[in-house]
Design a protein. Structure first.
Length: 242
């Protein structure tokens, strides 16, 4: 995959960069990896220890593809809470993108898989609209339940371009995230998929039927998420659909 550089990989959690583009990271030009959350839910009693552990796992995985800690930025939002300040998140990302000036951003699709994933997609798209000149927005495949059943490693809608990975390397990278082993087990290691980001209306559901994250007691459902997105667009002075 050839992308114009510099490239910013903007994802919700430590390990999302490996799920989505672990096989490509070593080949991306002048890449920075930006995490919206630190991967630690604050309701956990040892959340600060979890933050440190997730960071160590991330640095170990990124070292395998030659990315040092200076290439890893975090906004430090709590896991599962990125949706609670979408406007503020968009403004923070806009300032970061204005400073880094990436030509291309790789990020999440809006698919109802995880509220933090959808929040990151919203914030990236909104940030791009706040900038005088938007970077090219590209998406990586993650997971969704758009057809009723879970789909791992492919998009909802147009499939995008499939790129083979060096499977042994990707397995080693995923193995670095020992605390997430159960979560990461379903993801394929042989292929990664990418596509240009479509134009989303974040005030509408990503698909009919229940969203995947509505299966979990995280205090977030699609109706609440879309209300938060609608309020954020109003705060930012952006229309619901460009």
């Amino acid at each position: 995959m050839r992308l114009e550089g510099p490239v910013a990989v903007i994802v919700a959690h430590p390990d999302d960069e490996t799920i989505g583009a672990g096989g490509q990271l070593a080949h991306l030009p002048d890449v920075m990896v930006i995490h919206v959350t630190d991967g630690a839910p604050r309701r956990e009693p040892d959340s600060q220890s979890c933050v440190a552990t997730r960071r160590r796992e991330l640095e170990a995985a990124m070292a395998l593809v030659g990315l040092g800690p200076e290439r890893l930025l975090s906004l430090g939002v709590a896991d599962q809470e990125a949706s609670l300040d979408l406007a503020g998140l968009a403004v923070r990302l806009a300032a970061l993108l204005a400073a880094l000036k990436p030509a291309t951003v790789l990020t999440h699709p809006y698919e109802g898989g995880h509220p933090d994933h959808d929040a990151t997609a919203f914030a990236v798209h909104a940030a791009a609209r706040l900038l005088p000149r938007s970077p090219v927005l590209m998406e990586m495949a993650f997971y969704h339940a758009g057809g009723g059943d879970m789909v791992w490693g492919d998009f909802l809608g147009p499939p995008g371009a499939a790129i083979p990975t060096e499977q042994a390397l990707k397995r080693r990278m995923l193995a670095c995230f020992a605390t997430q082993a159960r979560t990461l087990a379903p993801f394929p290691v042989d292929m990664e998929r990418f596509r240009p980001a479509p134009i989303y209306d974040f005030t509408q559901p990503p698909h009919a039927g229940p969203l995947h994250y509505e299966r979990y007691p995280w205090g977030m459902d699609g109706a609440r998420w879309r209300a938060l997105a609608t309020a954020a667009l109003t705060t930012l002075g952006l229309p619901s659909c460009p």
